[in-house]
Design a protein around this ligand. Structure first.
Ligand code: FPP
Ligand code: MG
Length: 337
């Protein structure tokens, strides 16, 4: 099965999609694709077959999302916790990933047609080197596509991601790109693996488990959470519509909460800048208090310099990440020639 299933919606499905689309639609949906092993047990098939059908369901779900005008999808494909499963199961999941990421180059034309950019979020250094290289090939070869984004969380947990973002900021301070006073909630968000995506509007977990299992904890504070009892390989277009309806019903209160949070972030930043300017002026210490106009000018200048530092740091961080993927990618290109 390829990454996007090539089937069209039925007439009834198209009709339902159009009705849903008359309301507010999520732009970014995240999935915890849970229940593959219970599905395998229920159908009396091998555990690995449950995971393979889980991948096929992902390809089908992507197609539905595109039909519904949802252009960003994030999936939890392999958690760092999953390394604790039996060797046989972990090896099986690694093999499935090898197969599927290995297919990306072969499927390039189709992915290009739909403009699918595949990103992989997680600590890839925890994976076998050959899989890291296949992932890098997939990421680099679809990097320029910009119609829709599939973020595959692999060797991922949210706590690991947040701890890594903190380490990146410490690196930025150490290298002299930023000052410790530049650290903020906004900057931390920009250091997460997910920094190039808006937060998910809707997070769906299947299989009846009602928890987040260390998935996108930072990014989903203001998202609609939908817990559905269906096992992932049995997920249907109608299940997706039901979750979107739930999103539409909570849309107003979510918007309100997001708006309040955005205002709070701006207020926090202005306060932090004001404190830094006050300290700087005190250190300059000519004793004369500044008039309101000069204080405002000092604040504007400080904010501009801070933004410059932060942009420079984020540029360096992006470069570090791009280099990680392009180096891995060129290792395989060299190995093949
Ligand atoms: C959770 O079900 C599922 C996983 C741990 C693996 C999910 C992986 C896929 C759907 C394939 C994706 C692959 C790629 C390459 C993107 P579970 O194993 O926890 O099942 P259970 O809850 O019934 O025990
Ligand atoms: Mg599970």
């Amino acid at each position: 099965m390829s990454w996007i299933r090539e089937t069209e919606l039925s007439l009834l499905e198209r009709l339902t999609a159009n009705i849903l689309k008359a309301g507010p639609m999520p732009r970014h949906v995240a999935f915890i694709m849970d229940g593959n092993r219970r599905y395998a047990e229920k159908r009396h098939v091998e555990r690995q077959e449950g995971h393979t059908q889980g991948f096929d369901k992902l390809a089908e779900t992507l197609r539905w999302c595109l039909n519904l005008g949802i252009h960003e999808v994030t999936v939890y494909a392999f958690s760092i916790e999953n390394f604790k499963r039996s060797k046989e199961e972990v090896d099986g999941l690694m093999e499935l990933a090898r197969q599927k990421f290995g297919r990306v180059l072969m499927e390039h034309e189709n992915l290009e047609k739909h403009g699918v950019c595949i990103r992989v979020l997680g600590d890839l250094t925890l994976l076998p080197l050959d899989l890291q290289q296949l992932i890098a090939n997939a990421v680099v070869s679809t990097k320029a596509h910009n119609k829709c984004y599939l973020n595959v969380c692999f060797a991922y947990t949210s706590r690991h991601e947040i701890a890594n973002a903190v380490k990146e900021m410490a690196w930025g301070v150490e290298q002299g790109f930023i000052k410790s006073s530049d650290v903020s909630e906004v900057l931390l968000s920009q250091c997460l693996y997910s920094s190039n995506s808006p937060n998910p509007d809707l997070l769906i977990r299947t299989s009846g488990e009602v928890r987040l299992s260390d998935f996108l904890l930072w990014q989903t504070s203001y998202s609609c959470l939908a817990f559905q009892s269906v096992l992932w390989p049995e997920y249907s277009f109608w299940n997706l519509c039901e979750a979107i309806l739930q999103y539409q019903l909570s849309y107003r209160s979510l918007q309100k909460a997001q708006e309040l949070h955005r205002k709070d972030e701006v207020r926090q930043q202005v306060e932090a800048d004001r404190t830094c300017v006050a300290e700087l002026l005190q250190h300059r210490g000519n004793g004369k208090p500044l008039d309101a106009q000069s204080q405002q000018t000092a604040l504007l200048n400080y904010t501009a310099r801070r933004e410059e530092r932060v942009q420079c740091f984020l540029g360096a961080l992006q470069h570090k990440r791009d280099t990680f993927f392009s180096d891995l990618n060129s290792q395989t290109v060299v190995a093949k020639t």
